[in-house]
Design a protein around this ligand. Structure first.
Ligand SMILES: [Cu+2]
Length: 384
């Protein structure tokens, strides 16, 4: 379900007053299904603060005509991301603030600014130093569902009114509007910042758990599947790599199949056979993204794994410890983690859930699109 209006900290279209200096922002995508491609632009004084290019012949068609937000410390339309869900990145990453959603014609992958799927988090440093007296708009244009999109889920007054007639009824400056998130009102600074002492070469890895080395042996192969439930509704489910499971997936209440022994390090290769990107989240562990690689879905369904491109490394802002990773359609995503159980001052008994099939400590892994996870895109994970 895609809503028609964004909330930031529980408020529709809030304004936050900031000084013309440096800030640290921690952002969580708490949408139930909507991905974000977060951008920052200078308010142009129009009713929405953002004006979209309406000339279909323009390469910028449908994108903001606004001046980009230029981070004062970086002196470019980019901000410094220092962390993700699991703590600091090993090195800060520069993230663009003015790259609208686009598809890379070579790799077919989404390109943009700060991508955040539901449950992903970013820890950012940005500097409003150039903008005293101006307003800055936080904006997103990520397609919903991601990445193919349906224009009926894209709300902006007077935009694309044929594909989304609601937009034709909306007064500029009012909702529904899913592209405008909030406005920063920048006032004069009451003090000055010391110069920013970190950049993309600064080693922050002492502040995080050491990275793992992939163990030898065969990775665990798993699948993201799309099918119909008993009532004919589209349903996504997780599953193993077994031929009979490919495309169908498994139910949450099927006996557990992911049963790593406590303390072991595993690589999971998760083949996405569906048409959507899924933000896959593991309980208990943080993980590293090793690579993503496209493959031929039809041949995979028939039993043969044929890669259609080289493995690609994670984005610079995905190189730290992750709780949730975007897994793209027709792509295998490889992740690495160690299944350490928490140290407790008491003995935790094994789960008694009779459906599990394996005695152990019961956790889950699941898609973080809420409609997916509650419609069975979730599996137990038993640490034995
Ligand atoms: Cu999903």
């Amino acid at each position: 379900m895609f809503g028609d209006t964004m909330l930031v900290n529980g408020t529709v279209f809030p304004e936050a007053q900031v000084e013309a200096r440096r800030y640290r922002l921690r952002i969580l995508n708490a949408c139930q299904a909507r991905f974000m491609n977060l951008q920052l632009y200078v308010d142009d004084g129009s009713p929405d603060g953002i004006t979209l290019e309406t000339n279909p012949l323009s390469p910028n068609f449908g994108n903001p005509t606004n001046a980009p937000f230029v981070d004062a410390a970086q002196n470019q339309p980019a901000v410094l991301q220092i962390g993700a869900e699991g703590g600091f990145l090993p090195k800060p990453a520069l993230v663009p603030t003015n790259a609208p959603f686009a598809v890379n014609p070579v790799t077919g992958l989404a390109m943009g600014s700060l991508f955040l799927a539901p449950a992903e988090r970013a820890d950012l440093i940005l500097d409003f130093g150039k903008y005293a007296g101006k307003n800055i708009i936080l904006y997103s244009d990520a397609p919903a569902p991601f990445p193919m999109g349906d224009p009926r889920n894209d709300y902006f007054p007077k935009w694309n009114t044929t594909a989304n007639p609601v937009n034709g009824l909306t007064t500029p400056g009012f909702g529904p509007n899913t592209r405008i998130l909030m406005r920063f009102k920048v006032v004069a600074a009451t003090g000055s910042d010391i110069p920013l002492a970190i950049n993309t070469t600064t080693d922050l890895s002492l502040g995080i758990d050491p990275f793992l080395t992939p163990p030898g042996g065969t990775p665990r192969r798993l699948t993201l599947n799309e099918n119909f439930d008993a009532w004919g509704r589209l349903q996504q489910r997780l599953g193993t790599d077994a031929l009979a499971v490919r495309g169908a997936g498994m139910a949450y209440m099927d006996p557990s199949t992911e049963n790593p022994a406590a303390g072991t390090t595993e690589v999971w290769e998760i083949y996405n056979l569906t048409g959507d990107t899924h933000p896959i989240h593991l309980h208990l562990v943080n993980f590293q993204i090793l690579s993503r690689q496209p493959f031929d879905v039809a041949q995979y369904m028939a039993g043969t794994t044929v890669f259609t491109g080289p493995p690609l490394p994670p984005d610079p802002n995905e190189t730290g410890w992750k709780e949730t990773a975007r897994m793209h359609p027709g792509t295998v995503t490889r992740i690495l983690m160690r299944f350490d159980l928490p140290a407790t001052p008491f003995t935790v008994p094994n789960s008694l859930n009779p459906m599990l099939g394996t005695p152990g400590k019961e956790y889950v892994w699941h898609c973080h699109i809420l409609e997916h996870e509650e419609h069975d895109m979730m599996r137990p994970m038993i640490i034995t």
